[in-house]
Ligand binder design. Structure first.
Ligand SMILES: NC(=O)c1ccc[n+]([C@@H]2O[C@H](COP(=O)([O-])OP(=O)(O)OC[C@H]3O[C@@H](n4cnc5c(N)ncnc54)[C@H](OP(=O)(O)O)[C@@H]3O)[C@@H](O)[C@H]2O)c1
Length: 256
């Protein structure tokens, strides 16, 4: 079986690639930048913004895990119209797996609205597919909110909560789905714990033996309200095994 991983230089794409290396699958990958250290692996330049390389990307492929994304630059084109053009090339595909995000239909955020539109395109097409929504990745929450303390303080929006999941747990889950029949919409894949951002910041301070403090600030707006209400979580789907504590500990050990 020939498997295409789009977005192979990204966090999810590169993790999938690492997990699939040496497997029995015939692997093909795409991105715009060529990943380093891929040896003889088949790589195709492919750009969802311009449409370049999309046809070549899907040629001779059976299954696709679509991990390419662009939340900021040209996002409407990459997530929706470029994706639609890409779907148009996939008549022969036996299974397309689309990683999505928990709560995208309830959280007022442009990128999430676009991902929801992409899910809608999939629902209305004839390509056998599986949409699977995950909660935010550990590193994503860490990098977005906890990477730079200001004046020895992590300034975090009050009450925001996350059920973050390790990208490697989600990648293994996607590989598992690849081995099953297309499910249209699979069950959500959430992290093992639901924590407020304040709790996550305190954990980071404890694990890294930092002297920083946490300052929680109240922010207005519908986006913050929806994340405070846990629309980005799924309490019944605590599927990932690696906790945020374990993620932080292994990151801290890597730095030693
Ligand atoms: N991050 C999270 O917390 C999270 C949580 C749940 C689900 N997800 C979903 O998981 C998927 C992967 O996310 P990620 O965090 O791994 O993303 P990422 O690290 O930002 O990687 C994005 C990939 O897309 C490629 N890309 C960017 N622009 C492109 C374009 N115009 N044409 C073709 N490829 C392009 C990038 O490579 P080049 O720049 O080399 O082309 C890169 O390989 C997304 O669907 C995302 O919504 C993410």
């Amino acid at each position: 079986m020939k498997v295409l991983i789009t977005g192979s230089t990204g966090k999810l794409g590169s993790t999938l690639l690492n997990q699939l290396k040496g497997s029995e699958y015939d692997i093909k990958i795409t991105s715009r930048r060529k990943p380093e250290g891929i040896g003889n692996l088949e790589w195709v330049y492919s750009d969802l913004s311009s449409g370049e390389g999309l046809e070549a990307a899907v040629k001779d492929v059976d299954v696709i895990i679509h991990a390419a994304t662009s939340p900021v630059k040209n996002s409407k084109r990459v997530e929706v119209s470029g994706f639609k053009e890409f779907l148009g090339k996939m008549k022969h595909i036996k299974h397309l797996i689309y990683p999505s995000i928990v709560g995208i239909d309830e959280i007022p955020f442009t990128y999430y609205k676009q991902k929801h539109e992409a899910e809608e395109l999939l629902r209305n097409c004839s390509i056998p597919h599986t949409i699977v929504r995950a909660t935010q990745f550990h590193h994503f929450v860490d990098n977005l909110f906890l990477s730079k303390p200001l004046l020895k303080r992590y300034i975090v929006p009050e009450n925001l909560q996350f059920q973050s999941v390790d990208v490697s747990d989600f990648a293994s889950h996607l590989i598992g789905l690849m081995e099953k029949e297309p499910q249209e919409r699979a069950e959500d894949f959430g992290g093992p714990d639901i924590m407020t951002l304040t709790e996550m910041a305190k954990l980071k301070i404890e694990i890294n033996h930092e002297t920083n403090k946490v300052l929680s600030i109240s922010l207005p707006g519908k986006l913050h309200k929806s994340i405070s209400e846990g629309k980005n979580t799924n309490f019944n789907r605590k599927m990932g095994k690696i906790t945020f504590r374990e993620y932080l500990s292994s990151k801290s050990n890597e730095l030693l």
